[in-house]
Ligand binder design. Structure first.
Ligand SMILES: *Cc1c(COP(=O)(O)O)cnc(C)c1O
Length: 366
């Protein structure tokens, strides 16, 4: 085995996806399963499709292209506004995209006509998070009208919003009701119901469970809540005991074990990343060094220690430093230590060429 390894338990991912689907079914909400957090791993897409998610979604065309070339029979959705430069490719592989610029939508229509393709669009409304989406309701309504009445190959599939990303704004009954009101204004103008009113991502689940999500919200785009299922519990107090939080584990190998001071020796300046970390002097400690670094995980702060007594204390580009003074296991060189992950560590490690991916518990072929 080559380390580090990102171990992905297919069965557990499927269980989590099916569990999330069950919750959403209770509220008549479909799921667009978001695969970007795992670099579009095919087996993750497969588990989502098997769990009856309505679409597979990613911000990266590269990931969706790979799924399109496979035999998963499920609509694909690009959840980052397409670049003008990727439209030709997008309409070949992707069924649905989110949009907020008429110029781009016109370019999609033009490309669709040229290539005799159809494409569905979800218009994004910015409800205050200040990332993508129309900021003016009337502008969005005008564009919706324009698509409906002037375009032949681009179809207005619905509207949506994204929250809790840049502006950390939470979905609430108030902002979701605003989205529904805009949808209903559009519906009255185009004289038909929109297929999709997409009310956000994983962070919309608490509102759903509280019973405060407006009934007309009928889609969520969910990644983290299925893959790791830690944010809802750790940051939003949702009981996630029906989900596996260890479906994805990162395993790294020990390359040094030594007793060292806990406070650096000498005149302190800045670390390798230009930061001025603070150190706590707790005397000499038994430490281990692992062959895994910021290059693979972003920062050690997004790893969760699961082995008893193991404390994560720091990292540089290629090294992870842990305190094993109080560890239950008696570690030796070459031993493997595993961690659970928060979203950023999954995002980085799943695309690191130095991190092997190992998919376990795949269904047996018959
Ligand atoms: C990444 C992303 C999501 C999924 O977010 P999770 O927190 O993983 O559920 C949903 N919508 C958009 C537009 C995204 O970019």
């Amino acid at each position: 085995m080559k380390y580090p390894i990102l171990e992905v338990d297919y069965n557990k991912i499927f269980h989590n996806a099916a569990q999330m689907q069950k919750i959403c079914n209770n509220y008549n909400v479909s799921i667009s399963g978001v695969i970007k957090g795992m670099n579009g791993t095919f087996e993750v897409a497969k588990a989502f499709a098997k769990a009856q998610h309505k679409h597979l979604a990613s911000s990266r065309l590269r990931e969706l292209k790979r799924i399109a070339d496979s035999n998963l029979n499920i609509p694909l959705m690009l959840i980052r506004i397409p670049m003008l430069s990727e439209i030709d490719e997008m309409i070949q592989y992707v069924d649905i995209s989110v949009n907020s610029e008429l110029e781009i939508i016109k370019a999609i229509e033009k490309a669709c006509i040229k290539m005799n393709k159809k494409h569905k669009i979800i218009l994004m409304m910015d409800l205050g998070d200040l990332r993508e989406g129309y900021y003016s309701e009337s502008e969005m309504i005008e564009v919706a009208k324009f698509i409906e009445f002037n375009m032949t190959h681009v179809e207005l599939y619905g509207i949506g919003t994204n929250l809790s990303c840049y502006g950390s704004v939470m979905p609430t009954k108030k902002n979701m009701t605003r989205l529904v009101n805009i949808a209903e204004t559009i519906e009255s103008i185009i004289n038909r119901k929109l297929d999709i009113i997409s009310g956000g991502a994983t962070t919309s689940i608490p509102l759903l469970l509280e019973g405060n999500m407006p009934k007309r919200i009928n889609n969520l785009r969910i990644g983290e809540g299925i893959l790791l299922a830690v944010d809802l519990q750790d940051f939003h107090g949702v009981d996630m005991s029906d989900f596996y939080q260890d479906a994805i584990l990162l395993k790294a190998e020990i390359i040094e074990i030594k007793i060292k001071d806990s406070y650096p020796v000498g005149k302190l300046s800045i670390d390798a990343f230009g930061n001025k970390p603070t150190y706590c002097d707790i005397g000499k400690r038994k430490r281990a060094l692992l062959a895994l670094g910021k290059k693979d995980i972003g920062t050690h702060e997004k790893l969760i220690s699961v082995e008893p007594g193991v404390k994560i204390i720091g990292s540089s580009s290629d090294h992870l430093i842990i305190d094993i003074e109080e560890a239950e296991r008696d570690y030796s060189l070459g031993d493997i230590i595993q961690f659970r992950l928060y979203y950023p560590a999954m995002l980085y490690s799943s695309q690191s060429p130095d991190v092997e991916k190992n998919i376990i518990n795949l269904p047996k072929k018959r």
